[in-house]
Design a protein around this ligand. Sequence first.
Ligand SMILES: NC(=O)c1ccc[n+]([C@@H]2O[C@H](COP(=O)([O-])OP(=O)(O)OC[C@H]3O[C@@H](n4cnc5c(N)ncnc54)[C@H](OP(=O)(O)O)[C@@H]3O)[C@@H](O)[C@H]2O)c1
Length: 260
Amino acid sequence: MDLRLSGKTALVTGASRGIGLATVRALTAEGVRVAAVSRTVTPEIEDTGATVLAADLATPDGAADAVRRAVAALGGLDLLVNNVGGGDGVEVGGFLSVDEEHWRGTFDVNLFSAVRVTRAALPSLLEGGGAIVNVSSIGARLPGAGPIAYNVAKAGLTAFGKALAEEFGPRGVRVTTVSPGPVRTAIWEDPDNYGGKLAEAAGVEHAAFLEQVPAALGMTTGRIAEPEEVAALVTFLLSDLAASVTGSDHLIDGGVVKTA
Ligand SMILES: NC(=O)c1ccc[n+]([C@@H]2O[C@H](COP(=O)([O-])OP(=O)(O)OC[C@H]3O[C@@H](n4cnc5c(N)ncnc54)[C@H](OP(=O)(O)O)[C@@H]3O)[C@@H](O)[C@H]2O)c1
């Protein structure tokens, strides 16, 4: 299927690994010129041929500066993927274990990064019409089932996408949300991140813990998704083949969410 994305320009945040890296690979394979932003520059992201920009998107200046450099490098932006999230650790304790600093840090990475990047990128996106995909989470729909600060920030991100779609749809910019369930990335696989800490708290070996995640979460597919699967959905939503898709939130969760 020709997605007719060739020659377009895109900014992808949180691009050094995981879903962001897979999205950069998918877009560059479609002939998109991509600016890829994360704090660290990995060999994997350098190998994609994207314009790689190092920035801390949890800060107002970092977000604005990254967009400025992306627009300058690519000569404008058609597409934006607000993928950065998770950050340095999704919490595993309950509400009373989450302090002020963690709430603020979580909102900076998972919500305000998208607000700030979008604010800086919109003038360019509005010039020729464009598309934005925000990467949220099933946690936005299941706030009681996991990390509270992260899920509440993601609920805000999903709402942010809907509001943007309404305001900027008439001006030629589509906005959609992708809400993954468990995806095989550092969030689950890094011993110091969410999956590793949950395994430790449960007193189960990390690999054995990951094996029982699909059943424990009721994934009807029976397996954790791969980053490339999320990237494929993001890429389709960015393309003109999805020209009538806007304001919508797309689950890619292997069937975790059981409601219609
Ligand atoms: N994996 C899942 O199961 C899952 C499920 C639902 C939703 N999601 C969402 O999917 C998105 C991608 O997650 P992932 O699973 O691919 O996570 P990941 O493998 O941990 O990747 C996160 C990316 O964000 C970058 N990043 C983190 N903090 C940053 C900051 N302050 N400034 C700039 N870049 C930053 C990281 O690079 P540096 O560390 O080099 O900066 C990395 O490239 C996130 O929004 C996450 O919430 C993931």
